[in-house]
Write a protein that binds this ligand. Sequence first.
Ligand code: ADP
Length: 414
Amino acid sequence: MRLGCIADDLTGATDVALMLQNAGMRTIQTIGVPAGLAPEDADAVVVALKSRTTAAAEAVAQSLAALQWLRQHGAEQILFKYCSTFDSTDAGNIGPVADALLDAMGAPFTVACPAFPTNKRTVYLGHLFVGEQLLSDSPMKDHPLTPMRDANLARVLGRQTKHKVGLVALPTVRQGAAALREAFAKLKDSGHAYAIVDAVADEDLLALGAACGDLPLLTGGSGIAMGLPANFGIRKGSDAAIAAVGGYAAVLSGSCSAQSNAQVAHWVKARPAFRIDPLQLADGADLAAAALAWAGPLLAAGPVLVYATAEPDAVRKTQARLGAQRAGELVEQCLARIARGLIERGVRRLVVAGGETSGAVVNALGVRALRIGPQIDPGVPWTVSTSEPRLALALKSGNFGAVDFFDKALGMQT
Ligand code: ADP
């Protein structure tokens, strides 16, 4: 292993794993810290944690455990990967985790760059933009767990860390890797532990990657990974291929994002679908058994969708009665049981929509590591479990993927 990556959520981990794979690194993703798991033959290993919104102390503990495993298995450089919208609160977890990683590695300095221009996340003069809006004007201002109300990243990170945060602005980035290294040295000499680095295009991320070859620790979104493989002498090869996985196919959607709603609506127009209503679950209905009884005879004819995805109004009504947490848990448990039942009925290719939902499903299936395969849409690859039974899994974070994502994924050879 050359590069070790610690990602603060599951679908974010898949996103950075795809970026590394596309840049030529053979990449494995593990679900949690892989206690006892022998490292597969890979250039990069991405440890997917669930540490974005836990208490900071828990996020730090998980991240340090991941660091220890990665270094034990040979990682020469560590990337701490968080969301391209810098999802965090004043209590953490980006600052506390990055501080702890710096301390543990005995490193005095690192960079912080969430930019991902392909997905319209850019950083200019230290301010994070989502499309044409400042982060603080974007829908992220209303995120239920990590509302982002300040777009100035030096200020946001400054509230989370005990260290000084500086800025390397775009004009310096555009001068290339040598100028960036000089700027890092100046910031470090003046007592800064972090540099927010501007990036508005892929060329900026490539320059940043080239300037970071000697830093033990980097922090950023998946974009920052694009320039790293070249530091290890790895060049982009042919597209990733994974050995074909036969068997039936199905889609499970527990995401209620606007994009997942559009994808589900697109599917139900022409394909078989079964809806899970959390209110019925709360009343004791065994919808997992019902969904499996419905799906069983259909699978031989083609893929089926089981979804809890609902529009914001319906979600609000459900949450008003059950509470957001209970509603989420009921749906996740139900979809996880359905996933297990589908595998028992011969499904081997599974598309899952939703970050938390994907976490619940891979846990229920006992999947501990994934090899990264070809890209379906930006940020979402096909993956294959490294253990038996071999499962092809496409884990999609809520807002990713085109409207025909499910068809597109299942139409690909896996
Ligand atoms: P995303 O990636 O879009 O954030 P997640 O799976 O991470 O998707 O989160 C969606 C959450 O909403 C999950 O906890 C899921 O169980 C829950 N959920 C799904 N459908 C409903 C629904 N109809 N009403 C309330 N909550 C729901």
